[in-house]
Design a protein around this ligand. Sequence first.
Ligand SMILES: Cc1ncc(COP(=O)(O)O)c(C=O)c1O
Length: 391
Amino acid sequence: MGGCMRFAKRMDTFHASVFTELKEKKEEFTKRTGQKTIDLSIGSPQILPDSSIMQVMREAVSQPENYKYAINELDDLLLAIQNWYKKRYQVDLDKEEIICLQGSQEALCNLPMVLCDPGDVVLVPDPHYPIFVDGPHLAGAEVAFMPMKEENDYLIQFDEIDPELARRAKMMIVSYPNNPTCATAPDSFYEELIAFAKKYDILVIHDNAYSELVFDGKEGKSFLSFPGAKEIGVEVNSFSKTYGMAGARLGVCVGNKDVIQHFRILKSNIDYGIFLPVQYAGIEALCHGGSTIEETRAMYQDHRDILVVGLNRLGWKVKSSPATMFVWAKIPDSYSDSNAFVLDVLEKTGVVLTPGQSFGQAGIRYVRMALVQDGPTLQEAVNRFEKVHCF
Ligand SMILES: Cc1ncc(COP(=O)(O)O)c(C=O)c1O
């Protein structure tokens, strides 16, 4: 090596982002003004798990036998997942159709490795949650984008996908309720998705991480509840946002048996199962920990209203999010791109937003605001916006 480390080309996939610059600007803002910054950039939930979940976790970590390699899921966890999918989504699952994950992120990263050879095409929405692109790239696959445009309510338009590209595609990633656009999809979208995937023989991964954060009395669904979905796809779901368990790392991938079984083979070579106390906490969450879901949903909906009403009052035309824990808004025409807007907003107000371009080129004229701070702090962010003229 001659003293100079040579890293793999695949590391070129990952770039230092605008967040490094934002971090420096945050410190500079506080030094200059003596005011704290208000961080609306990261989607890390502030909610606590139900106390019963924490109690089960506490008891389980005090048991010496829970420190062995778990290897597989506890049977009771698989059973709880079966009951959850049946009751909540009217979906029947065999145990062979379920695999638990160290967070749903894990499937988005590792499933492309199970399904794609170098050069295979993966269809990914644009804008997108970043791992949708990083996972296929790590597997050596080629990513082709499916635009999600505001004028189409951010729904992928299947009839606009080049048939030649569709024929080459091996896999596609789809996710509603959607991060970052906050869009939800109607039933007809899933019917079209399944017909498209069948026609071109494409495996679908549906990311349903925000299925419980749907507002205004509406309800999220499972992709698997639509006829034919299991033949061509899997769904990932998460305990992070629904049960406030983000750091405990528990997710699940359910659906097509062949895909799940191949994924299990890869996973058994990578990890030795999920820490047993996390599995016990997951069982508790599914069996008794649901009481906080409504509260959580109501809290995000309140936060959304504070921000959306406040910003519209100031003249920034921001749409009310139907779902997720974010607001997605167009930046003013006067800025060259969303990085420039976010840096200017931070400098003038101390409010940190996420530039839309960190979710792909289609986000270049948008910003994402996370509803993770409490109501008064979000109101303070609106008040700070009022004092400057960013839009
Ligand atoms: C769309 C989407 N999918 C998946 C994840 C990953 O969640 P988990 O904590 O289950 O890995 C996130 C996290 O923010 C997300 O926004």
